[in-house]
Design a protein around this ligand. Structure first.
Ligand SMILES: [Zn+2]
Ligand SMILES: [Zn+2]
Length: 131
């Protein structure tokens, strides 16, 4: 079991099984939100322990479609933890326990700022890996 929480501890969740994929998105949106490195978790492995009332959702304007969740008290980016999809991303930053995987790819590298250097061997994609 893996535990995760926001900075202030109001939002707490756990995963019954470790995530199988970790990636890093260098797009301007993920960068500003502060959740560039994320893991994909299976819906059935995720449970919210507490803090549902503190989860605020940002719904972006079209053409962007992915909602982003935050703790309304401390601002920690949580990823898409309220998603109803079978699999969804959670910000890797908010795990309290050690994740057994490391970053597997970089996406939207074309938007990466010059001040950030990629220092791992993971595969790089200029945009989304599926395009
Ligand atoms: Zn918080
Ligand atoms: Zn992104």
């Amino acid at each position: 079991m893996l535990k995760g929480s926001c900075c202030c501890g109001a939002v707490q969740f756990r995963l019954s099984e470790p995530p199988a994929m970790m990636g890093t998105c260098h797009c301007t949106r993920c960068r500003k939100i502060g959740a560039s490195t994320f893991v994909f978790v299976k819906r059935e492995s995720f449970s919210l322990i507490e803090g549902a009332a503190f989860i605020t959702t940002y719904q972006p304007d079209a053409p962007y479609q992915y909602k982003r969740c935050f703790c309304s008290r401390c601002g920690t980016a949580l990823g898409e933890i309220t998603s109803s999809l079978a699999s969804f991303p959670i910000a890797a930053n908010c795990f309290d326990d050690v994740l057994s995987i490391s970053n597997q790819f970089h996406e939207f590298v074309k938007e990466k700022p010059d001040w950030y250097s990629i220092c791992d061997e993971a595969q790089q994609f200029l945009e989304h890996p599926h395009t």
